[in-house]
Design a protein around this ligand. Structure first.
Ligand code: AMP
Length: 126
């Protein structure tokens, strides 16, 4: 089923299963707010996903419903992961897909963190 970004949260989505430990992942970092792990199909030399531990479908859902503390904790963790991976000097890209036009596949809010080399133009025509 396509992800609209406005769907109700589905606790059978693959990232919910990863958070529950039902599916393995290559963890980069975790704390009380986030889990960060390597993408299973990397699209850059470094491709890490950062997900909140709470149940949010999309960026919009996270921004609307998460507590200020959880939002701050999430974004601080994103910055920390990038720094821990040694990406700050050369730079990196953050991306979050929301719904149909963006091709969101997994209906649990996540930020892609790309780095490790030149990343090309911001959006590649399909
Ligand atoms: P999106 O299109 O923004 O929803 O991206 C979903 C991402 O999750 C894709 O880049 C997938 O390669 C990645 N992905 C799917 N399943 C797994 C998994 N089991 N472990 C790590 N990454 C995954």
């Amino acid at each position: 089923m396509p992800v609209t970004g406005l769907d109700p949260y589905d606790d059978q989505n693959i990232f919910a299963k990863i958070l529950r430990g039902e599916i393995p992942n290559k963890t980069v970092y975790q704390d009380e707010f986030v889990l960060a792990f390597h993408d299973i199909a990397p699209q850059a030399p470094v491709h890490v996903l950062v997900i909140p531990k709470g149940a949010y479908v999309s960026a919009r859902d996270f921004a609307a419903r998460a507590s200020d503390q959880d939002i701050a904790g999430f974004w601080r963790a994103v910055g920390r992961v990038a720094a821990d991976l040694g990406l700050e000097t050369e730079g990196y890209r953050l991306l979050s897909n929301h719904g149909l036009n963006a091709g969101q596949e997994v209906p649990h809010f996540h930020v892609h963190l790309f780095g490790g080399g030149p990343l090309g133009r911001m959006i590649q025509p399909s």
